[in-house]
Ligand binder design. Structure first.
Ligand SMILES: [Cu+2]
Length: 99
């Protein structure tokens, strides 16, 4: 579960990535994007009772520094998930149902 590859020239090695997980971090005081956060993300599959630590990559979208985010591409089958996040020692939990 979860590790995947992007298909190059037609074939993916192992599971092809089917989701992009990204976490955006903003400073509470002024809403600015935090570009150097220490982030860990664990994805828990609530149906299979398995969890996986997502290898974190810092990414930047089309909007440049205002769109810096953390996460990765991954393979995850459909179902209910809990996303456990730790940012600079502060924890947060999200629920998601993947289709
Ligand atoms: Cu991204």
């Amino acid at each position: 579960m979860a590790t995947c590859s992007m298909p190059k020239g037609g074939m993916a090695m192992g599971n092809a990535c089917n989701h992009h997980l990204e976490l955006h971090v903003y400073r509470v005081s002024d809403g600015r994007v935090v570009t150097n956060a220490r982030v860990s993300i664990t994805l828990r599959n609530n149906m299979a009772h398995r969890q996986f630590r997502v290898p974190i990559v810092t990414m930047m979208g089309m909007e440049g520094r205002r769109d810096v985010h953390y996460g990765n591409n991954l393979y995850a089958p459909p179902g209910p998930y809990t996303v456990l996040v730790n940012v600079n020692g502060v924890r947060a939990t999200f629920s998601a149902r993947l289709t």
